[in-house]
Design a protein around this ligand. Structure first.
Ligand code: C5P
Length: 228
């Protein structure tokens, strides 16, 4: 279970990030680094530092650009030593990313439709599909292209697992142990629910990073995942 829990380093300084990693020690093997830490200037050096220390890094930068630019970006991310990276699950970007990641251990994860968007947002943006249809369409395309997996809310996990089959990664944020504060997350699932619905990895930030005893919080989540 340890390798299926990803702790989001949603902090702005290297000192804070290193304090979290130090406190969690051997309990946690995988960390997510996103825009906040990357654009503080500390994120990319930390990808290398954590990888050297034997940790796996999920670089959540949701790339989307022309194929050539995605390809060159993914090549550099593979060289940095990141274990997982996110891109938007559009056909040209997924094909370019998979070409660039070939021969490396980098797991490319697609984001189908951002969970903050609804049908009206997609219509405003000029899409002919609602969220459910676009998620399904992109998941099918991701499977055909042979991407490493998808990031999705736990509420979508069951349907997506049916489309993806058993082998692909399915990474779910929005995880809240029973009784913990949802914060700004609207659709949350407990660690046990997410595992039962087919998630391969859980992303958890505030319930661990914001806990008074981070190690105990992570251990409790791992125990709940194992029991499920
Ligand atoms: O603090 P919390 O556990 O809610 O953090 C979840 C992490 O997963 C955050 O870094 C957030 O940006 C990320 N995420 C998410 N929902 C998505 C995609 C990513 O919460 N759909």
């Amino acid at each position: 279970m340890r390798d299926r829990l990803i702790v989001g380093l949603d902090v702005s300084s290297r000192a804070e990030a290193e304090a979290v990693v130090e406190e969690l020690g051997e309990t946690v093997s995988t960390y997510k680094i996103g825009y906040q830490l990357v654009f503080s200037g500390h994120g990319l050096p930390m990808v290398e530092e954590l990888s050297r220390a034997g940790k796996r890094v999920f670089l959540d930068v949701k790339l989307l650009d022309i194929a050539n630019t995605v390809e060159k970006g993914i090549e550099q991310i593979a060289r940095l030593g990141a274990a997982m990276v996110t891109i938007h699950a559009q056909g040209h970007a997924m094909r370019a990313a998979m070409k660039a990641a070939a021969g490396s251990d980098l797991l490319v994860l697609g984001v189908t439709v951002l969970t903050s968007l609804d049908d009206a947002d997609l219509a405003d943006d000029g899409y002919a599909f609602g969220v459910a249809d676009l998620v399904r369409r992109r998941a099918e395309m991701a499977r055909e292209i042979g991407i490493g997996g998808l990031v999705a809310s736990a509420s979508e996990a069951r349907d997506l697992r049916a489309i993806l089959g058993p082998a692909l990664a399915l990474v779910t944020p929005g995880i809240r142990p029973a009784g913990s504060a949802a914060g700004d997350q609207k659709r949350v699932a407990t660690p046990a629910e997410a595992i039962r619905d087919g998630a391969s990895h859980l992303v958890v930030a505030r319930p661990i990073v914001g806990a008074a005893d981070r190690k105990a919080a992570a251990e409790a989540i791992l125990a709940e995942m194992a029991a499920a």
